[in-house]
Design a protein around this ligand. Structure first.
Ligand code: SF4
Ligand code: SF4
Length: 396
């Protein structure tokens, strides 16, 4: 196997992207101890950091595409090495040379779809509002209370489209004056950026920001933690500083303001899974739990590894677009944990988590680890709230 990029290019690119901290790595291996990959495969971010610091990294290696950017290792490093930044910098070099190995071969098609149609799923732009067919969802107009930025998976993925519909239903029930951008909405670009495609990210970000400005948007509601993360932390690079609120935060706000009164009993034992980009990356741990606690009858249980130590679902960093062998899926581990604490429902608030957990659930059914279809349900927080609202006998 050849080393495609010159040694100095690797070192310079990584230095530029993540500062010089990666040179401070003293190979203690604390990152590898906490990395979820170590539960399922022989993968070492320490090895990648070490090889990058020496300029010896082979960018054809499948391993450079494994990191889900979950961020677990970053907190564990005693030397302040930004492992996620280093990994993304390496991917930028691979993307520049068009070197995609193994599971990453899908990225060419994903990038073309993002640049051409504004979504990673190969779908037509004009179908972006199909999830709202039959619902009374309006186009956003200046002066509305909030823009609902739906996001790609909620717009096109059949399972997640139900979450978008549940969200719109809840907003209606609360009397929120909201609208959507429809086919003027583009992918937020968060995940393609983590695969090293900086140009595609910038194009998507600029088009979204133009749409926000053209439409006089002041406050944005998002369902995806990935949209939340990039609007809040990365769009500021383009001088965008609009208020962004995640649906878990907004639901708490609506209930506390008395605009929603979920009074129907939800007699279920529920485990909440913290999505990496909502929890660990952005510190939003309490709002979803506060909302669940306000649903009558619901019993909330904690998973082993919750909040800051949540186990990644495996979908971040562009992994949602890459094949992961069945025995290497983090989602299978998470469902086992949910079953071990006796949960009847695994609730989360991220489209990648929903997709991966549903896939893992099917695997467990085939393996007969799950006795039947109803044994462990995967639900978005909005779907549980809507269930309670539908069972309410009176309205706020
Ligand atoms: S934890 Fe930090 S110092 Fe230790 S091996 Fe990992 S990157 Fe290097
Ligand atoms: S960010 Fe997560 S997946 Fe990536 S190396 Fe660190 S712990 Fe492993």
């Amino acid at each position: 196997m050849e080393t495609v990029a010159p040694l100095t290019e690797i070192i310079e690119a990584v230095t530029e992207a993540g500062g010089s901290a990666f040179r401070h790595c003293y190979t203690c291996g604390k990152c590898d101890v906490v990395c979820p990959w170590n539960r399922v495969a022989d993968f070492s971010i320490r090895r990648i950091i070490r090889q990058a610091s020496l300029g010896l990294l082979e960018i054809e290696l499948d391993d450079i595409w494994r990191c889900t950017t979950c961020g677990t290792c970053v907190a564990a490093c005693p030397r302040g090495v930004e492992q996620v930044e280093v990994g993304v910098a390496v991917r930028r070099i691979a993307a520049t040379y068009g070197v995609y190995s193994g599971a990453a071969e899908t990225l060419s098609a994903v990038t073309a779809s993002l640049v051409g149609d504004g979504n990673p799923l190969g779908e037509a732009r004009e179908n972006r509002t199909a999830w709202a067919d039959g619902l009374s969802v309006k186009p956003y107009a200046e002066g509305m209370e909030i823009l609902y930025f739906v996001g790609c998976y909620y717009s096109y993925d059949p399972r997640n489209m139900k979450v978008a519909a549940a969200t719109a239903g809840i907003l209606d029930r609360a009397g929120v004056d909201f609208g959507i951008l429809g086919d003027r909405e583009n992918c937020c670009g968060e995940s393609i950026r983590k695969t090293g495609h900086e140009g595609a990210f910038k194009k998507l970000a600029r088009e979204n920001i133009k749409a926000f400005i053209d439409n006089g948007v002041r406050r944005i509601l998002v369902s995806s933690p990935h949209c939340y993360h990039t609007f809040k932390n990365e769009y500021s690079e383009f001088m965008m500083n609009l208020e962004v609120v995640h649906i878990t935060q907004y639901l708490q706000e609506l209930i506390e303001q008395g605009r929603l009164a979920p009074a129907g009993r939800v007699e279920r034992k529920v485990a909440y899974h913290d999505p990496c980009y909502l929890g660990r990356h952005n510190g939003c741990f309490d709002p979803p739990r506060e909302v669940l606690k306000m649903l009558p009858g619901l019993e909330l249980v904690e998973l082993p590894g919750s909040r800051q130590n949540s186990l990644c679902c495996g979908g971040g960093g562009g992994r949602i677009w890459m094949h992961t062998d069945k025995e290497e899926r983090f989602g299978n581990l998470r469902l086992d944990q949910a079953l071990a604490v006796g949960a009847e429902v695994l609730v989360t608030s991220c489209p990648y988590c929903i997709s991966n957990f549903e896939e893992s659930r099917l695997s467990l059914l085939v393996d007969e680890t799950l006795p039947d279809e109803d044994a462990l349900q995967i639900m978005d927080l909005t779907e549980v709230v809507l269930e309670s609202l539908n069972g309410s006998t009176d309205s706020p």
